[in-house]
Design a protein. Structure first.
Length: 116
């Protein structure tokens, strides 16, 4: 089963929730939490995502390199200009279960910056 979603003018968090539900198959009557369905979700127009409030200037993405003083920070606005697919990918990844199945679900997510 394949789903195609247009991300133009959609709110980031609401879209990520919708994508996570579709990837897990929670919208199907045959949903089983231990099963990994073969459901593919394609999202296009990620450059046109919207966020509410002051998140563009205030939301930070942080990661640590492992070295002393290696905390790296990046604003949402900077990450959107660099690659908007990374923003949606991080949001969906955070909404999936934190176990081995998350990697399998993420393989079924395809993101495109422009229309197909």
């Amino acid at each position: 089963m394949e789903h195609k979603i247009d991300a133009a003018n959609k709110i980031l968090g609401r879209l990520a929730t919708e994508v996570a539900i579709l990837l897990r198959g929670k919208n199907l009557p045959t949903y089983n939490p231990s099963e990994i369905n073969n459901i593919r979700v394609s999202v296009y127009n990620t450059d046109k995502l919207a966020v509410t409030g002051k998140k563009m200037g205030q939301k930070l993405y942080r990661h640590h390199t492992g070295f002393h003083g290696g905390l790296k920070e990046e604003k949402l606005s900077d990450r959107m200009t660099r690659d908007s697919r990374l923003v949606l990918q991080a949001a969906v990844r955070g909404m999936l279960p934190k176990n081995r199945s998350r990697a399998r679900f993420m393989k079924n997510l395809k993101l495109f910056r422009k229309e197909l």
